[in-house]
Design a protein around this ligand. Structure first.
Ligand SMILES: [Zn+2]
Length: 344
């Protein structure tokens, strides 16, 4: 079969690889019908050291179950499923707490010996706990939004939950990438009365406004902090969704939280240390977040997607075939595309 393999920074290729197959009796084999390129795939695209064997990319997919292992109970051949970016058993202590990304039998697609989903097929470990079966007969128009439940919409929602967004509260979203835009959807869905997007790309800003952003701040650094304060009676916002992961974006996030506010961070931190520790301490700012337990959130978000109350699939502004994936990486890296959908 064909799959996306990254061999080093800027070097991603479609290669012929051995067919995906069941290994454990709890596995399912899924034929991928739609996958995506993630903002987090761009970090290795920018920095990965050369590797002879390469790394199998991709962790977002919708597909059809082709085979199930002997111990799989809840899935059957032909089921249309959405695959969260982490696999999990659904039964351990952390899964019961809704923190499936910490599952003691879990892990991430495209890491270790579990291959990525930017491929014709993918082996899904812990299939019963991991995969969510979609209702039959859903039309293709809904598929991009259903695909976002794999990662970006769940991650935007996690940022909002970690930032304690709620009715009557003010929120700011740092970052106008696909996760930030989904964070706007999530903040509105959870009832924020003011949603300030920090971003500077006109097409992304326009989409954010349609998703519910009430204000836009395009300045950076101290100027951005000043602008957010002006928009919030001088205090800053209750909830900050940090959707980038750089030192500067985290510094901005912590600086625009009002005393007693919360920062929910979902951008993978690119630094070991956190800036503005002392002001955050004196302002009693809560810092929370991490990888989103997408599997837990799909149950909550799926009805809103199926009934059209939210349309996170609009973050996809380019569709490529599998053999065009390298150009998809280039387009996202050069910010020519917000997010790329891979159709098969
Ligand atoms: Zn578990």
């Amino acid at each position: 079969m064909r799959a996306t393999v990254m061999f080093g920074a800027g070097n991603v290729r479609i290669e012929a690889v051995p067919d995906a197959r069941l290994i454990e009796t709890t596995d399912a084999l899924v034929v991928v019908t739609r996958a995506a390129i993630c903002g987090s795939d761009l970090w290795p695209y920018k920095t990965m050291e050369h590797s002879e064997t390469g790394r199998r990319m991709g962790h977002e997919a919708v597909g059809v179950v082709e085979t199930v292992g002997a111990d799989v109970r809840t899935l059957k051949v032909g089921d249309v499923v959405v695959m969260p970016f982490a696999y999990s058993d659904g039964t351990c202590i952390f899964c019961h707490e809704g923190l499936h990304t910490s599952c003691i039998h879990g892990g991430f697609f495209g890491a270790g010996d579990v291959n990525g989903a930017q491929a014709e097929a993918v082996r899904v470990p812990q299939a019963d706990g991991t995969l969510v079966v979609l209702p039959a007969g859903k039309d293709d128009a809904l598929m991009p939004s259903l695909l976002t439940l794999s990662d970006v919409m769940a991650t935007g929602h996690h940022a909002a939950v970690a930032a304690e967004v709620g009715p009557g509260r003010t929120a700011a979203v740092v970052g106008d990438g696909a996760v930030g835009l989904c964070g706007v959807i999530a903040a509105r869905r959870l009832g924020a009365e003011q949603i300030i997007l920090l971003g500077r790309h006109p097409n992304r800003i326009a989409l954010a406004r349609e998703f519910g952003a009430t204000d836009v701040v395009s300045e950076r650094g101290d100027k951005a902090v000043e602008r957010v304060r002006e928009l919030t009676d001088g205090f800053g916002v209750h909830s900050v969704l940090e959707c980038v992961g750089l030192e500067q974006s985290m510094l901005t996030a912590l600086s625009i939280a009002r005393p007693g506010g919360a920062v929910g961070r979902v951008g993978v931190p690119q630094d070991e240390t956190m800036p503005a520790s002392r002001p955050a301490f004196y302002n009693n700012v809560t810092v929370s977040g991490g990888p989103a337990p997408a599997r837990a959130y799909i149950d909550e978000l799926l009805p809103d997607v199926l009934e059209g109350r939210i349309e996170p699939g609009r973050v996809f502004d380019r569709v490529v075939r599998l053999d065009e994936v390298p150009d998809g990486y280039r387009a996202m890296n050069e910010r020519e595309a917000i997010k790329v959908l891979i159709g098969f």
